[in-house]
Structures are given as C-alpha cells and as structure tokens.
Design a protein around this ligand. Structure first.
Ligand SMILES: *Cc1c(COP(=O)(O)O)cnc(C)c1O
Length: 389
C-alpha cells in the first residue's frame, strides 16, 4: 500500500473549532469583535501578561511593537540571523537597521556574551528569538537592556508554551509577539498575539493595528450610540477577525494536551536516533526552562549531505523544513549590508545542516516512527554520488 505523503507543519483542529467558526459565520459578525476580545483576554491570562492585542500575524505584531516604542530611521535593533526573515524585515520597515549577533552553537539562541559588543549609541532594542521553543537567557538580556536603556521585544513565534525561570514567556520583556501561522504550536490560519504589561504601549499598538482610529470597529458598530471616530495616527490594517479568533479560542484550550503529545513524539525521535553518529539531535532543556518543542531539528553532521537527505525524505513521502537559512545570506541582506559567508559561523553551521522533522498532534505515533526510521535508513545508505548542493 502506498503511504500517504506526510506534510510538514500540518495544522491540527477538531470539531470544536469547526462548530465555533460556523457559529461565528451565522452570527453576522465576522470582523474584529466579541470573540477577538475574548481570545485576547484568555491569551493574556495564559501568558500571564496584563494586556494582549490580537493581530493579523506575528510579523504585523513585531512591526507594531517596534513602532510603538518609537523605533525609526537611524536606529539599530539587535537580533540574530538564525531566524525567519520577518524578524529582520520589520526592523527595516521602521527605517532602522538590523544588527546581527551570532548564536550559540549548541542552542541556536542569541549569544548573550556577544550582544554588548554590538551596542552603539544608535541601539534602541534587543529582539531575542526563542528559537525552536527554547527561551533565551532573559535575565542577562534584561540586565543589558537596563544598563544601556534598551527595549526588549521577544520574537516568541516558536514559544507559546515556553517558561523561563518560572516566568511565562509573554510576561518578561517589554513586548512579546506570538505567531498563529499554520505550522506553529497553535494556529488561527494566519494570526498573531502581542502581549505587554505596559498599558500605554498596549493602547498604542491596538490603535495602530486598526488604521490608527480612536475606537475599534466593534465598538464603533455595536454600541447603539452614534459616535464619530477619528484617525489619531496613520495606522495599519493588522487586526484579527472573529473567524480567526474562533479557531484560536479552541486551539488555546488544547495547548496543554497537545504539548504532551509533542513531548512523547520528541522522546520517540530521541530514542530512534540514539547511537546514530551521523546526526546531532536537538539539545533540550535547561533545568529552569520549559521548552515548547515547536521544532524537532536534527543536524546532519556532513553538511554536504543535507539537501540530498531532504530530497530522499521527500521521495519517501516525508516533508521536512529548514529552520533557517541564515538571514544575512539572503540576497537582499548580502546586497544591502555586504554580508557574506563566514560572517556568523555558528548560524551558518546550524543553517547548513539543520532539518526539521514533522512534530505535533496532527501526526500519529506511527507516522513519527516512519519518519525516524526512514531518516535512519537514508543516512545508512546514502551514496556520495547522489550529493545535491
Ligand atoms: C513564523 C515566524 C515568524 C512570523 O510569523 P507570522 O505569524 O507568519 O508572521 C516570525 N519569527 C519566527 C522565528 C517565525 O518562525
């Protein structure tokens, strides 16, 4: 029997989401409204943050975070090149310059010891990325931010469940942004959530997320009192709809249960790959953190085999991901900032060897075992003549 193709990052949903979406469709209110308000409230409580603002994507949220902190032309923002391009792109959207700090070779997280060397008079913020679900060293990052009066904006696209030193990610930095893109630990199709404990920032981001209007659409249309609204600043169209929030409400409810599935699958991969010396398996937890296990990434030690392995996995019906191709090596970044190979050796080490395997509640344990065994067999039989670069 031919096996079904295993799509990488397949979203998980069940009947509750479907019913909620249908209810919303029938309610006559599809835009930003009561369900989004409720989703924000529930998410803020989950993230242990005072305020949450739902947005159309994590990218949109990161953009608003930078703008609300006044980051503009001539400023610099520190982040890592081992991330999705969106993290750096949004800095450029504000007219500012992304300044990269290489990652730690083992964890893939920003090398905190290197940050200080990159701080200049123009530096305004640090944007750590909680890569693959592991929280960055926030104590050290916050101490640096305090010393140099910088803001901390966390890219928590991978880190919905992550906890750092008993503190939930979402409650630590000045602003944290989560992603609900289809492949993430919970999804609304497209969507994101900003959290902060600062009321002024929350209000500013909320206004900016809907054209810069003084009241949001729901409040404009639902009250029976007529009221005009005005544009306070030229904002964006970055709001989340109630159709998306209908998905989010139920995805959030199941996040704990799904985390336990991720944990079992993660351990199964670990078990299937012990004693395999052609790959490096992901390094897991520090004692005082909770890793959200967003991505199970293996490093192919012989990097010239990586692309062949990915192709052979595809040939065997297994889709995988690459997280990430280093940002500084993308055409725009090379051309604009003059980056070249060997500028960030640890990022490049990981970026040229990494493969992310399917993980999460949409996969059965049999599928996980199939992926693990298929990878093991490919590595055992791979021939140098089949190299692709
Ligand atoms: C997915 C992702 C983003 C962007 O999220 P969207 O919701 O798709 O905008 C940003 N940063 C990282 C690290 C990501 O993986």
């Amino acid at each position: 029997m031919k096996k079904k193709f295993i799509v990488f990052g397949k979203p998980y949903s069940n009947q509750e989401e479907i019913e909620e979406v249908v209810k919303t469709l029938k309610s006559g209110w599809w835009g930003t409204g009561p369900k989004t308000e409720l989703f924000e409230k529930k998410f803020a409580a989950y993230a242990k943050a005072k305020y949450a603002v739902a947005v159309s994507s994590c990218t949109a949220g990161l953009h608003l975070a930078l703008l609300s902190l006044g980051i503009k032309q001539g400023d610099e923002v520190i982040t890592t090149p081992l991330t999705f391009v969106a993290t750096a792109n949004v800095i450029i959207h504000c007219g500012a310059t992304p300044v990269f700090v290489d990652v730690d070779r083992q964890t893939g997280l920003i090398n905190v010891e290197e940050i200080e060397k990159k701080i200049t008079k123009k530096t305004k913020a640090i944007m750590p990325v909680h890569l693959y679900g592991r929280p960055c060293d926030m104590d050290k990052i916050k101490a640096l931010a305090k010393k140099y009066k910088l803001f901390v904006i966390e890219d928590a696209a991978h880190a919905i469940e992550s906890v750092y030193e008993q503190k939930k990610v979402g409650s630590i930095g000045d602003i944290t942004v989560f992603s609900f893109y289809v492949t993430k630990n919970m999804t609304t199709g497209e969507g994101g959530m900003i959290t902060t404990n600062n009321k002024k920032l929350a209000e500013r981001m909320r206004i900016l997320s809907l054209h810069g209007l003084s009241r949001d659409a729901y409040k404009r249309y639902s009250t029976r009192l007529f009221s005009l609204y005005e544009c306070l600043m030229p904002g964006f169209k970055y709001n989340m709809t109630d159709l998306q929030s209908s998905l989010g409400l139920h995805q959030l409810k199941r996040i704990k249960k799904n985390a336990s599935i991720r944990k079992k699958q993660w351990n199964k991969y670990d078990q299937l790959f012990t004693d395999n010396d052609s790959i490096e398996i992901p390094y897991l937890e520090d004692p005082n953190t909770y890793h959200a296990r967003h991505l199970y990434t293996v490093l192919i030690k012989n990097k010239s085999l990586r692309n062949t392995v990915i192709q052979q996995l595809l040939d065997h019906g297994v889709g995988t991901g690459v997280h990430f191709m280093p940002v500084h090596l993308h055409g725009f970044y090379r051309k604009t900032y003059g980056y070249k190979k060997s500028d960030f050796p640890n990022t490049e080490y990981i970026g040229s060897r990494t493969i992310s395997l399917p993980l999460g509640p949409s996969y059965t344990m049999d599928e996980i075992k199939y992926v693990g065994k298929t990878l093991t067999n490919i590595l055992k039989n791979i021939k140098p003549s089949s190299f692709r670069t």
